[in-house]
Design a protein around this ligand. Structure first.
Ligand code: NAP
Length: 294
């Protein structure tokens, strides 16, 4: 990669970026660039593809070329954790860095996925995580782990961690019990029977697996186990329509929220790490709305 070209090619100059591998699909520039313009900040947010194993080197190049910050997406959030100079308490607890702040040449690791989830629940459902019993499908993956730890930190009423590879959910449960915040933590596999029974005793159902991204993906839980009283959060978003989980939830009369809302709120929190004051949320929402219609 020619970093001088990356840094010098844009007007206004590139000073923020999202890295991942692949990265072409990311809608983050369409959300952040209108926000930068609305705030009168003469900087541009770009996508940069970075291969696994090169995150530390990329961070040092961003710092050298005057970048202010970086978002980190799949598969680099764990590698990023070990490549920063400092992590705050939340990123350390969530075990992943999705936001880099570059200040005076130092690399500061932050995580906006967990708090973005919390804000999304508040905005979409008008409730606090502390008042909910939560079932997380895919609790052993990176996103599921962040949501599980954030729910525990918020002292949710009950936490059910379900994962196809059950041992990964058990690791997360052990970490949460060590934090000691959520009293009632159970672990399940992803079988229909177990999930249906668990759904009957929770308020919020979260899909943190990658299922639902492609047409024809298997269903995560039987449609009849979703009730009108449920709140259903699908972290997956699809530009070409609804995920099967959200379609079933709407049919059951449940309240729903999709991954685009999470993308918005985690993006706004990253923006607030880079620039003081509240992010221009509605400008970012409109940017995303236009981007998914493209
Ligand atoms: N909207 C947003 O802003 C946002 C933010 C973060 C993530 N996400 C979405 O969340 C999803 C997960 O991301 P991640 O970073 O956590 O990925 P990850 O670390 O790779 O985890 C993937 C998860 O999906 C499960 N899974 C994959 N294929 C499955 C299948 N066929 N049947 C059952 N479970 C399956 C995995 O189970 P095993 O452990 O058994 O493999 C694991 O729990 C992705 O779709 C991502 O786009 C969205």
């Amino acid at each position: 990669m020619n970093w001088d070209t990356v840094a010098g090619r844009f007007t206004p100059p590139a000073r923020l970026a999202v890295i991942g591998d692949p990265i072409g699909h990311s809608r983050s520039p369409q959300m952040h660039n209108p926000a930068l313009a609305a705030r009168g900040i003469g900087a541009q947010y770009i996508r940069v593809q970075v291969p696994v194993g090169s995150v530390g080197q990329a961070f040092r190049q961003f710092a050298k070329h005057g970048f202010l910050g970086v978002n980190i997406t799949i598969p680099h959030k764990f590698e990023a954790l070990s490549e920063v100079d400092e992590v705050d308490e939340l990123a350390a607890a969530l075990g992943a860095v999705n936001t880099l702040v570059i200040r005076d040449g130092r690399l500061l690791g932050r995580n906006s996925d967990g708090p973005g989830f919390l804000r999304s629940v508040r905005e979409a459902f008008g409730v606090e995580l502390a008042d909910l019993r939560v079932l997380i499908l895919g609790a052993g993956g990176g996103a599921g782990r962040a949501v599980a730890v954030q729910s525990a930190l918020a002292r949710c009423g009950k936490l059910v961690l379900a994962n196809r590879s059950i041992e990964k959910a058990e690791v997360v449960a052990r970490e949460i019990r060590a934090v000691g915040r959520c009293m009632d933590v159970t672990v399940l596999g992803l079988t229909d029977d177990e999930i249906a029974k668990a759904a009957a005793n929770v308020d919020l159902i979260v899909n943190a697996t990658s299922l639902g991204m492609k047409p024809g993906d298997a269903k995560l839980l039987p449609a009849e186990s979703i009730e009108a009283r449920h709140l259903v959060f699908d972290m997956v978003y699809r530009a070409d329509g609804e995920t099967p989980l959200l379609a079933d939830a709407k049919k059951a009369g449940a309240k729903v929220v999709d991954g685009l809302t999470l993308l918005l709120h985690q993006g706004a929190i990253s923006f607030e790490h880079w620039f003081p004051g509240p992010a221009p949320l509605e400008v970012m929402r409109e940017g995303l709305r236009k981007a998914v219609k493209m």
